[in-house]
Design a protein around this ligand. Structure first.
Ligand code: COD
Ligand code: ZN
Length: 370
């Protein structure tokens, strides 16, 4: 058993508490990881605000981490102690029908199918003050050590800097893949991205890499525009600067709507606005933002009847254990810029300050160092 520190959420709405926890050795099929760095994502904040009703407290948040394998349980073959890894919030079991389908990435062991608040044997390896602590999406990277199933561990290049590639655990992979894999943006096309957080800015990078000639970035916080332009946006607009609905503004700007639109906020109204912003016949709208549990969207069916495509994307469509190592190598080959997403770096014990920066719209990504 390793005694170490972790940021524990004891109940909804409370600040995280830095606690000493006990992390038991990995059982068969499990991997114990020493976390080195972790990003803070909006989804962690949503968890703390109680927006995931099927999630149990006390819990250790964090799902954008990177670390080094400390030890492995019986039967683990894909990683060994000392390997650099990214624990992934969408597993890849390599056995289920989705894993065996080359077009699919939402493994049947992912959280919509199987709760990931506890390990597959319905226990946790982490305890604090005698209480069992729950997992967040089989990652819980706001801890110095975590134990996760082998199907949730991606082995990456030994040369990868963990304080940067941790962003491949969520933000970059989710956004970049939504453009490249899910929308399959074509060269010369026009794209609109709603929401310029770490995920939305990664969509901007994906659209640029795919050769889009017009990339319109949309946010109610104009402080995000400079970074969006740096990463490839050709125009930035704030819906609050217009009297008309933003979908009408975009339709006027482009003639009959964009080729690809992306919702990267998680609000029902911006989902409809994004759908209506792409052209009525060949437009593709990709939903990336996680809607609040229980939200219901109502929309005019004519929006889709004329040919528009409305699709979702989970973790950018990557098969995680295959795709994330390739992205880590791509970063080492300087194929894309993760560093631009990092606005703050701090010791993990300051995690509440990092969350405050996200809430205030002042950070893109804060990297916690362990
Ligand atoms: N119109 C325009 N922009 C808005 C609006 C609005 N009405 N409301 C908010 N925004 C902007 C904010 O100003 C902010 O800049 C941006 O939207 C959101 O950015 P962040 O930094 O708060 O959020 P991210 O980028 O960290 O994450 C956003 C998601 C909602 C995409 C994320 O939480 C999520 O749901 N992920 C997708 C689900 C998924 O694949 N999950 C895998 C693990 S997270
Ligand atoms: Zn995330």
């Amino acid at each position: 058993v390793i005694k170490c520190r972790a940021a524990v959420a004891w109940a909804v709405g409370q600040p995280l508490s830095i606690e000493e926890v006990e992390v038991a050795p990995p059982k068969a099929g499990e991997v114990r990881i020493k976390i080195v760095a972790s990003g803070i994502c909006r989804t962690d904040e949503n968890l703390l605000q109680g927006l995931f009703p099927n999630t149990d407290f006390p819990i250790i948040p964090g799902h954008e981490g990177a670390g080094i394998v400390e030890s492995v349980g019986a039967g683990v073959t894909s990683v060994k102690p000392g390997d650099k890894v990214i624990p992934v919030c969408v597993p890849q079991c390599r056995e289920c029908s989705f894993c065996q389908n080359p077009e699919a990435n939402f493994c049947m062991r992912a959280h919509f199918h199987e709760s990931q608040c506890l390990l597959p044997d319905k226990t946790s390896r982490i305890t604090c003050k005698g209480k069992q602590i729950h997992y967040f999406m089989w990652v819980s990277s706001f801890a110095e050590y975590t134990v996760v199933p082998e199907c949730s561990v991606a082995k990456i290049d030994d040369a990868a800097p963990l304080d940067k590639v941790c962003l491949l655990g969520c933000a970059f992979s989710t956004g970049y893949g939504a453009a490249i894999n899910t929308a399959k943006v074509k060269p010369g096309s026009t794209c609109a991205i709603f929401g310029l957080g770490g995920v939305g800015l990664s969509v901007v990078m994906g659209c640029k890499a795919a050769g889009a000639s017009r990339i319109i970035a949309i946010d109610i916080n104009k402080d995000k525009f400079a970074k969006a332009k740096e990463l490839g946006a050709t125009e930035c607009i704030n819906p609050q600067d217009f009297k008309k609905p933003i979908q009408e503004v975009l339709t006027e700007m482009t003639g009959h709507g964009v080729d690809y639109s992306f919702e990267v906020i998680g609000h029902v109204d911006t989902m409809i606005a994004a759908l209506a912003s792409c052209n009525m016949n060949t437009g593709v709208c990709v939903m990336v933002g996680d809607p609040h549990a229980g939200s219901v969207v109502s929309f005019d069916p004519m929006l889709v009847l004329c040919g528009r495509t409305w699709k979702g994307s989970v973790l950018g469509g990557w098969k995680t254990r295959d795709g994330i190592p390739k992205l880590a190598s791509g970063y080492l080959e300087k194929k894309f810029n993760l560093d631009a997403l990092i606005t703050h770096t701090m010791p993990f014990t300051k995690v509440n300050e990092g969350l405050d920066l996200l809430r205030a719209g002042k950070s893109i990504r804060t990297i916690l160092l362990f």
